[in-house]
Write a protein that binds this ligand. Sequence first.
Ligand SMILES: [Zn+2]
Length: 410
Amino acid sequence: MNSNQLYFDLLMLSFPWDIERVTWNMQEGHIDVFVSHRKSVKMACPECGDLVSIHDHTKERSWRHLDTCQLHTIVHASIPRVRCKCHGVLQVEVPWAGPHARFTMLFERFAIDVLKRCNQTKAAEILGLSFDEVHHIMQRAVSRGLLRRETIAATHIAVDEKAYKKGHSYFTVVSNLDEGIVLDLQDDRKQSSLDAYFESLTEEEKSSIEAVCMDMWEPFARSVSSQLKNPESKIVLDRFHIAKHMGEAVNEVRKHEHRYLLGQGDKTLTGSKYLWLHNEENIPDEKRAGFDIIRTLVNKTARAWAIKEMLRTLWSYRSKAWARKFFDRWYSWAIRSRLEPVKKVAKMIKNHLTGILNYFDHRLTSAGAEGINSRIQAVKVAARGFRTKEGFKTAIYFHLGGLDLYPAAS
Ligand SMILES: [Zn+2]
């Protein structure tokens, strides 16, 4: 097989395309592949597909291809322009690359596979591209994927907020809980942010939403109330967010008690912050004995932790009625705890009890909402933060949007 035939096959070309020549620049480390086409052929008008005559050619353009023989490989061609009776003079579609692409489709596919497995900095290094070039491939893949989507509605959705930088510049994340994919990202975390999502759906799609899993965040609740029918039966306050609020209360109590103990020269709580964030079953084996001892020494923190742990059993009830009875008992314990942060969260939970007990009608596991949240966090950590909010959003859609990212096969 000569090299023309080899590259004809590697680029997956077919008639009337042809390899004109291949030049090997061993010293500069690249291979140039010149593609042309048979003379006096007709080509398809990109608008209507009719076979029409070639009018002229563009200036030579080039596309980066997958390395061959471990050398940078560049495809060069002047693209034919056809003259169609209905559509005028237009550039034809070439089989090896999408319109306006600077890479061949095979290269873009490979780059997407690399990007799925590592962060943009690492991908740029592997692919021999700049950070911006890699980001551009990612953006193109995401816009392609978003265009191909048929719907962003789902039976069970989750709504959450995410900060682009710690503490400010939020955006709203809407996900499909059944498939564990991100459906929509909107700026801010206002009522209008979630309204924008609902307003992009048809009435039929809106009415297909049976449950919206969320945190106790009033702007989102107001949006659901104004956009969906029977909102009071659809809002599900999920245990993942409730657990987060309870965890914060335990941490407040610990900080307070730690300060008090330190004032008396007692360092029992020093370095224990992360232990108290564990759930009972997740305490590392080697720390369990120590934790059991600390619990007998620090009255307040241990009590707050026990109240938090007790609340978790709410979601293991089979019936809504029994769960409500359990909640009443838990609430009277929490409210009599004399621990202000715990009392505050307990009151907040009681005010939202309908939404919490809606869990028993929909049985949404918090694994969905929690899973998406931690995967978004993982995207952020892997990238060591993002330079722009748009960059962060692109990465979320790329990794978690469930999108068809690849360029169309020729
Ligand atoms: Zn045409």
